[in-house]
Design a protein around this ligand. Structure first.
Ligand code: 7RM
Length: 652
C-alpha cells in the first residue's frame, strides 16, 4: 500500500460547517440526513425499494428489490420495466417542457440552448433514424463525440431504443478505439466531422476511418454529426450524415421498454493488467443512483444552473451530465473546449455569462487554474455560485482552500465526491447542507452505502490513521453488473479478495478519529493523469510492441499539475542507449505511445536500463520504481530483489 502522498492530508485539521444560508434552503437538512441514514441501516432493501418507487417512472412495477441468490452477481428491481430516456425527458414535458435543459457553449463562444421539449424531439428523431438503419435493442453503439449536446442526444437515443452505448473519449488513439469497437462487437459508430479543443480541430471521423480500415468488421454504419467546417471523406455505403438521417423522421418515438437489469451502457476503463474492461451498468439501478446523488449531493433546485466540466467520455460525464441532472429536471451547462482557451479566465467567464450556481470539476483543473493566480477569477462575477464539487482524485488541502476562498468566496460548501466508473454514482461525499467538511476528506458514505476500511484479513481497521483496503460491504443499485464478455474477470477484480463478501474498490483509505474517510490512492498500478485513469499495463504493452524494446514498466510519479505523470522504465533490445541515441529513442517512443494509446499516456520521462528490478519469482517491483521515479532514496527492504544492482542504474 502506498502512503507516499498522505503527509499533508493527514495533518489537516480545519473544519467547515455548512453555511446557514445554504442550510436554510437545502434539500437535505441534518435531521433529514439522520432519518435517511436510520432508514437505510434498519432496512436497506426497503429503503432502496421505496426510493426506486418514488423516483422512477416504471412502465411495469418491479416484483422484488434485490436478488442476492447468485452473489456476487446482484440484481436490482429485476422484472420491473422502464425506459431511461423517458425518465430523463418525457416525464418533464407536461410541467417543464419549456424549461432549459442544456446550455451549450462552444470554445469560440457560440451558444445553443435546448429546452426539455426540444431535447426530447432531437432524441426521438435520432432514435428513429437509428432504427431506420436497423439498430435494435441490445445492439452496441460506439460514440466518439465532442463534448456537445449531440453527445447527450446520442446517448439518450440509444437508451430510448434499448441499445447500449459505449462512449470512447476523444483523446484516445485509433488503436484504442479499434480495440473497444472489437471488444464490444459494435454495429454502429456515432461520431462527428471534428471537435474543437485548444483552437484546433480534433479529427474524430478520421480516427474512426483509421480504426475501421484495419478491422472492426462488425460495424455497419457510421453516423456523422456536422460540427465543423472542415471537409472529411465519407464512404457512401457506410457513412451517413446525422442531419440526413433525421431529415424525414417523426419527432416522437415509442420507447423500448426494458427490464431494470437490461444494460444501459458499457464504459471502458483501464485496469492494471491486460486489455481495457468494458464496465456494464444496468438501466434501473444506475438511473436511481445517478438521480438520487444528483439531488442529494448537488442539492439541485429549480433555479440552478449546474456545470459539471467532465467530458461525456468519462463516467462523471455519464452520471452528472447525460443522466442524473436531466432525470432531476435540472438545467445543465456543457462546454466544448479547453479550460484555458483562448484565455485563463474562460471557466470563470462562462460561470458569469450563464449564471452557473453549481460547479463540479477535478482537482487537476483546480490546480492548473490556481497556478494562473487569483487576479484572473477576480475579474469575473462569481456571486451566483452556491456549491462547488471535486472529483477524480484526492484534492490537496491547498487546492481545496483556494477553491473555497477564491472561487467560492468563502460562502460555498465544497463536496469532495469519491466514486468510480464501477460504482456508477457517488458513494462518499458530504451532503452540502448537513455535513461538516475537512479539506481533503470525502467525509462519509451516502445513505445506504456501507463503505469501510479493512485489513488484509477483511477485518475493520479500528485505529484511526491506519490505511487499509476501501471496501463496500453491501450491494447498492448503481453498482456495475459485470465486465462485458468477461464475468470471471469482474468477480476476480472486485470480489474475490475477501471471498465475495465485499466489493473491493482497489483504493486504499483510512478513517480519522471522527470516522471521516480519507482516500490515499490506488492500491494497484493505475496511473491518473489529469484525472484520467491510465493502465500501466496498457502503456507497457504499447512500449513493448515497439521493435527496439524488450521490456518496460510504467509508474506514476506525483506531479503538481496533472496529479500524476507517467514515467517509463525501458529495457531496449541490444545496448542501452546513451546521450543523443537515448534522446532520439525517447522522442520516438513518446510519439509511439501517443499513436498507440493517446497523448495522455505519453511518458513524461523515460529511463533506460539493462534490466528491471524483479522479485525472485520474476515480478517487476513497481513499488521501487515508483520511489525511483519520485527521486526518493530507496529505504525499503530490497532483499527480495533478484537483481538489486539494477536500482543504481535506473536511479541515474
Ligand atoms: C469518478 C471517477 C476512480 C478512481 C477511484 C479513486 C479516484 C475518484 C476521488 C478519488 C480521491 C476523490 N471514476 N478518485 N474520486 N480519489 N478522492 N474524491 O473518477 O473510474 O475514473 O476513477 O479515482 O482512486 O478509485 S474513475
Amino acid at each position: 500500500m502506498t502512503n507516499d502522498t498522505i503527509g499533508s492530508v493527514l495533518h489537516e485539521t480545519r473544519t467547515f460547517h455548512p453555511p446557514q444560508a445554504f442550510v436554510d434552503h437545502a434539500r437535505i437538512t441534518p435531521d433529514r440526513l439522520t432519518s435517511l441514514r436510520e432508514e437505510a441501516d434498519r432496512d436497506p432493501e426497503g429503503f432502496w425499494g421505496r426510493l426506486a418507487q418514488e423516483e422512477i417512472d416504471w412502465h411495469k412495477p418491479f416484483p422484488q428489490v434485490l436478488d442476492s441468490s447468485r452473489a456476487p452477481r446482484y440484481t436490482w428491481f429485476e422484472g420491473g420495466e422502464l425506459n431511461v430516456s423517458v425518465n430523463c425527458l418525457d416525464r418533464h414535458l407536461a410541467r417543464r417542457g419549456q424549461k432549459t435543459a442544456i446550455i451549450a457553449e462552444g470554445e469560440k463562444g457560440d451558444v445553443r440552448v435546448f429546452t426539455y421539449a426540444s431535447l426530447h424531439r432531437e432524441v426521438c428523431r435520432l432514435a428513429n433514424g437509428l432504427r431506420k438503419l436497423g439498430a435494435r435493442k441490445g445492439d452496441r453503439i460506439i460514440l466518439l463525440m465532442p463534448n456537445v449536446p449531440e453527445a447527450v442526444i446520442a446517448m439518450q437515443a440509444c437508451a430510448r431504443i434499448g441499445a447500449l452505448h459505449s462512449v470512447v473519449f476523444g483523446g484516445f488513439s485509433a488503436e484504442s478505439l479499434k480495440s473497444r469497437i472489437e471488444d464490444a462487437n459494435a454495429r454502429f459508430v456515432i461520431t462527428a466531422d471534428g471537435g474543437h479543443r485548444g483552437g484546433k480541430i480534433i479529427e474524430l471521423k478520421s480516427f474512426v476511418d483509421k480504426a475501421l480500415s484495419t478491422g472492426c468488421k462488425s460495424v455497419r454504419n457510421v453516423v456523422v454529426l456536422k460540427r465543423t467546417d472542415h471537409g472529411i471523406a465519407m464512404d457512401d455505403k457506410r457513412d451517413v450524415w446525422w442531419h440526413d438521417l433525421v431529415a424525414n423522421v417523426k419527432d416522437t418515438c415509442d420507447p423500448a421498454w426494458v427490464d431494470a437489469e437490461h444494460p444501459l451502457f458499457l464504459l471502458y476503463t483501464s485496469g492494471s493488467t491486460g486489455r481495457p474492461k468494458g464496465i456494464v451498468h444496468a438501466s434501473g439501478g444506475y438511473l436511481l443512483g445517478a438521480l438520487l446523488t444528483s439531488k442529494w449531493v448537488f442539492d439541485l433546485q429549480a433555479s440552478d444552473v449546474f456545470w459539471c466540466t467532465a467530458d461525456v467520455g468519462w463516467i462523471t460525464g455519464h452520471s452528472y451530465v447525460a443522466y442524473g441532472p436531466l432525470a432531476a429536471g435540472a438545467t445543465i451547462l456543457m462546454y466544448e473546449g479547453a479550460p484555458t482557451e483562448p484565455h485563463g479566465g474562460r471557466f470563470w467567464e462562462i460561470c458569469e455569462k450563464h449564471g452557473v450556481t453549481i460547479f463540479y470539476t477535478a482537482p487537476t483543473a483546480i490546480r492548473a487554474l490556481m497556478r494562473l493566480g487569483d487576479d484572473i477569477p477576480a475579474k469575473y462575477d462569481l456571486s451566483k455560485l452556491r456549491l462547488l464539487g471535486s472529483v477524480g482524485e484526492p484534492i490537496n488541502p491547498e487546492a481545496w482552500m483556494w477553491y473555497h476562498r477564491v472561487i467560492g468566496g468563502a460562502r460555498c460548501p465544497i463536496v469532495d465526491t469519491w466514486w468510480q466508473t464501477e460504482t456508477g454514482s457517488i458513494m462518499m461525499s458530504p451532503i452540502p447542507g448537513a455535513v461538516v467538511t475537512k479539506p481533503g476528506s470525502c467525509t462519509f458514505p451516502l445513505p445506504g452505502i456501507d463503505a469501510d476500511v479493512v485489513d488484509e484479513e477483511g477485518e475493520r481497521i479500528q485505529s484511526p490513521e491506519e490505511g487499509g483496503y476501501l471496501v463496500i460491504k453491501r450491494p447498492w443499485p448503481s453498482m456495475a453488473r459485470t465486465i462485458y464478455g468477461d464475468d470471471a474477470r469482474y468477480q476476480e477484480t472486485y470480489w474475490n479478495k475477501f471471498n465475495n463478501r465485499y466489493y473491493v474498490a482497489g483504493d486504499s483509505a483510512h478513517r480519522d478519529a471522527e470516522g471521516y474517510f480519507w482516500i490515499l490512492g490506488r492500491n494497484d498500478d493505475v496511473i491518473k493523469v489529469s484525472g484520467h485513469r491510465l493502465g500501466s499495463m496498457e502503456i507497457e504493452s504499447a512500449l513493448c510492441a515497439h521493435p527496439n524494446i524488450a521490456e518496460a514498466a510504467v509508474v506514476g510519479r506525483p506531479d503538481a499539475l496533472t496529479g500524476e505523470a507517467v514515467v517509463a522504465f525501458v529495457v531496449p533490445k541490444g545496448a542501452r542507449p546513451e546521450g543523443d541515441a537515448a534522446t532520439k529513442l525517447t522522442i520516438e517512443l513518446r510519439a509511439w505511445v501517443t499513436e498507440q494509446i493517446g497523448a495522455l499516456a505519453r511518458p513524461a520521462e523515460i529511463r533506460y536500463g539493462d534490466n528491471l528490478p524483479k522479485t525472485r519469482s520474476g515480478k517487476i517491483m513497481r513499488r521501487l520504481l515508483r520511489s525511483l521515479a519520485a527521486g526518493e532514496v530507496i529505504a525499503q527492504d530490497t532483499s527480495t530483489l533478484e537483481n538489486a544492482s539494477i536500482l543504481a542504474q535506473l536511479a541515474a
